[in-house]
Design a protein around this ligand. Structure first.
Ligand SMILES: [Zn+2]
Length: 298
């Protein structure tokens, strides 16, 4: 499932290929996406010009501008599990599972393909509707430049597992199963640890690890597990760099211990049992010391 680095890669790929181009016509397929595209949107999109494209969490927003109506409508896209949003020469044969085609000038096409149809493309009248949409979805802050105090409170103020906290888009937008596991691994924290068991330093380390992992993944154009491709059709390369994700039984790159896997929040969660202990080392040592002291007193 595409997460922040994959969506960011699509946006960066598409930007030079589509911004400034006019949408001549819109074609849509008969099958319903998670949020179905509506035929009444076709004439509202045809004739507009693509002014920009950006990412927010795992979502994409396409800014359109209409000269006739002096309006600035938006498209909001989600790749779901298997979505692909690519700009190609219209002469390329149409693939299967194609749900929406924006015909651009000079024969280029912006195509939304999605075999499993968990993705969506929706039309919104203006930027205010986009803001309202993300608010309704409870979308939290972007993971880059997060306020340390906010993140400490969000993590340490809950008894949920780190995995559950990181998957929660209200806490931080854009992280999914892959990068939650990778960030916990980099921070040396077990994904099953309760948020409230973390020290402020642990929380800071986790926040830094999220940024580092996502930044590195973007440099590698994201991770291609199944269908994901960037906006120009190229695959990602970060799947070869995983520390723990999908490496169950393989040796930890740091200590050689076999990577383990448990189910947390309904998702497979990968970790190194040695580098990511279930309990805080300090706490455990402190518990031992307390016990010894008590025994000594007795
Ligand atoms: Zn290890």
């Amino acid at each position: 499932m595409p997460e922040l680095p994959e969506v960011e890669t699509v946006v960066r790929d598409l930007r030079p290929l589509v911004v400034g181009r006019t949408i001549r016509a819109v074609r849509h397929g008969p099958k319903k996406l998670r949020k179905p595209w509506q035929a009444k949107w076709n004439p509202l999109v045809a004739g507009t010009r693509i002014e920009g494209i950006r990412r927010r969490g795992k979502w994409m927003v396409v800014n359109l501008i209409s000269g006739r109506a002096v309006s600035a409508p938006r498209l909001i896209l989600h790749l779901g599990m298997t979505g692909q949003f690519t700009a190609v020469d219209g002469a390329h044969p149409a693939p299967d599972h194609l749900h929406l085609v924006l015909e651009l000038h000079q024969g280029r096409e912006l195509r939304f393909r999605d075999p499993r149809r968990f993705g969506s493309v929706t039309f919104h009248a203006d930027e205010a509707e986009v803001e309202a949409f993300f608010e309704q979805n409870g979308l939290g802050p972007e993971p880059f430049g997060l306020d340390p105090a906010y993140f400490r409170q969000a993590v340490r103020g809950t008894s949920r597992t780190l995995k559950a906290v990181l998957l929660d888009q209200r806490v931080v937008a854009g992280v999914g199963n892959i990068y939650a596991d990778e960030a916990c691994s980099l921070a040396g924290l077990h994904p099953q640890r309760r948020g409230k068991s973390l020290t402020p330093a642990d929380a800071d380390r986790l926040r830094g690890a999220i940024e580092t992992v996502l930044t590195k993944a973007i440099e590698y154009r994201g991770s291609t597990i199944r269908d994901y491709v960037g906006g120009s059709g190229l695959r990602g390369g970060f799947q070869n760099e995983f520390r723990v994700y999908g490496r169950t039984g393989d040796p930890c790159r740091a200590c050689g211990t076999a990577i383990a896997c448990v189910r947390l929040s309904g998702r497979s969660s990968h970790f190194c049992p040695s580098c990511q202990p279930t309990h805080h080392k300090g706490t455990k040592a402190a518990q031992r010391t307390t016990k010894k002291t008590q025994e000594g007193i007795r």
